[in-house]
Write a protein that binds this ligand. Structure first.
Ligand SMILES: N[C@@H](CCC(=O)N[C@@H](CS)C(=O)NCC(=O)O)C(=O)O
Length: 207
């Protein structure tokens, strides 16, 4: 099968680009994985649609905003939900993850170290707990026996959540200990065909 030419540009990180890499890996679609050094970024920033990375180029056409182009690819490769109701469920998980990330950014960006430690502790001990309850409930509610967020099977929401908590667990290893279904979900996604091979061979980065 012939595919478009895909070029993904990001920093040397999993971050918000990894969902897209998982889509390519799972769909068995070749792509160019370009990783920009931090010192080369300022010269490039103004030429990007939103002054941010990642970017995806499809046959030379440039797209910004990782969730938007991940959704485009997910639609192309059957990973966006099988009908409009499933698509809304999948998109809801993607949007909910952004809510969680926005809550994290509040302490992440805090410059006062003492205050940051307090906010961080509160986030993990309280706020995130409720988010995890909600996510685990959504997983159970998908009627795919809790396997994936959409009943019909894997979607880019699974890839996004699994990759996000993979990184969170690096910083806070016990975070999913009270949420065994979410923990198992992360492992399930990382062991999917194509994704497992990608995870084994991808560059090892902190984030
Ligand atoms: N909503 C955007 C967020 C992108 C974003 O925050 N990119 C950061 C790196 S993770 C960035 O480009 N930082 C460099 C800068 O803003 O100059 C997306 O998901 O694509």
């Amino acid at each position: 099968m012939s595919h478009s030419q895909y070029k993904l540009t990001y920093f040397d990180a999993r971050g918000v680009a990894e969902t897209t890499r998982f889509i390519f890996a799972y769909a068995g679609v070749p792509f160019e994985d370009v990783r920009i050094a931090r010192e080369d970024w300022p010269a490039m920033k103004a030429s990007t649609p939103f002054g941010q990375l990642p970017l995806l180029e499809i046959d030379g056409k440039m797209f910004g905003q990782s969730a938007a182009f991940a959704r485009l690819l997910a639609k192309r490769y059957g990973l966006a939900g099988k009908d409009e109701f499933e698509q809304a469920q999948v998109d809801a998980i993607i949007d909910y993850q952004k809510d969680i990330q926005a809550a994290m950014a509040i302490w992440w960006r805090e410059e006062d170290k003492e205050k940051q430690a307090r906010l961080r502790e509160k986030f993990f001990a309280e706020d995130l707990q409720q988010h995890l309850v909600n996510l685990q409930r959504q997983l159970a509610a998908s009627h795919s026996e809790g396997h994936f967020f959409a009943a019909s099977g894997p979607s880019f929401a699974d890839f996004s959540i699994a990759s996000f908590f993979f990184t969170i667990q690096k910083f806070y290893p016990t975070v999913l200990d009270n949420f065994p279904q979410l923990k198992a979900h992360g492992e399930r996604v990382h062991n999917l065909p194509g994704i497992k091979e990608w995870v084994d061979k991808r560059p090892k980065t902190e984030m």
